[in-house]
Design a protein around this ligand. Sequence first.
Ligand SMILES: [Cu+2]
Length: 424
Amino acid sequence: MKLLNIAFGLVLLGARGTAGQTLPPGAAALPACAQITVRKEVRSLNPTEWQAYANAVAAAYTDKWIDWFGFYHNLVASNVHGNSNFLVFHRHYINSYEAILRSYNPAISIPYWNAMIDYQKPDKSAVLGSSYLGGDGTGSKNCVTTGIAGTWTLSYPKSHCLCRNFNNGTTINSWYSPEYITSVLQKSATYADLRAGIENSIHGAVHLGIGGDMDTMHSPSDPVFFLHHVNIDRLYAQWQAVKPDSRTYMYDGTGVNNAPVAITDFIRGTSTPVSAVMRLGYGDMCYTYDTIKAANGDASALVKRQSKCIARPNQATEQIKQLPPKVLEKFYPSFANGAASPLENEMLSLHPLQPMGADPRAPLFKIPAPSERMRGKMPHPSKLSDEWIKMQGTSVAEVKAMEQAACDMVDALNKANYLSPYLF
Ligand SMILES: [Cu+2]
């Protein structure tokens, strides 16, 4: 009878998952999660939620889990950067960290840091303030002395304080904008396109901009690592959700030693098949993102204060849509063909000056108008260093081509006198 049930189930599912997403040959069908949690932007957590997260991280630190995650990341680093393993490995890795935090408090979800909205002057971000992740290192060893890791002594690879060394003296050079990441989401037709577009842009820029431990392969020593990588995973999840039928299980490009990859591979450094992490809401991937819920029509997914902040960034979308048709087609194909999903528009998010720890009962924050003097003055993103490219095992040509394309996009927007709401 049991066998019959299983056989019947297989017939029903056929080679498809339950929501029309074709399960590729060799991939195991996984059970739907009983409960799905929602990862939110750190600025939209209320004070109680933030404190619960900080407490769980402190407990993980005390039990040396932070050191373990730094050790393990360093151990597998050369296999999981600069190739197709990047997005799936880090999805799996973050999920493992979240599971550890949940052993201290089952209600924890790791928040993400939408670092794009802070791209112009990252060092001014409230996320790097003393109430949250802390700021630059000081003294001869560049020790971080503020925020949730301000008193830490890490033991991997040897005993040290948490080290940060902002890449432009006491400030951080500009990162990649929501406008640019929107372009990456719209232009990436394959998994490999998306992986390269994100890993080499905002991913690398944040690691290098913060510097210190973040500029090493034991970078998970820094609590910035996880909030940053959850944001990277969010972009991957959104890109998948734009076309779930074709993208959920899309896996292409090359892996270690430029060998072609397959969905039946194990994620490097793990005993988990690639296919097991690709579909959110199934197997061990029991989470989604506030932005995905909102795009699916759940208006309550973004807290009230955050949804109020959409008003002005939407003007950014309208301005972009007015770009000359050739520019629009080149950088924003989904806007050009009139079929853009909110999942591929990163200009629907928070404002950089929004205060942290949004308490839903507090008065709504009034977003300042875009600064007219910044019209046509979007900064170029800072470039990755040769040392970093080498450490990541990425192709120099791949990075240079992406950086050139990013500068071209900024130039085109500036030439069109575009006024970004993220500049102040
Ligand atoms: Cu990594």
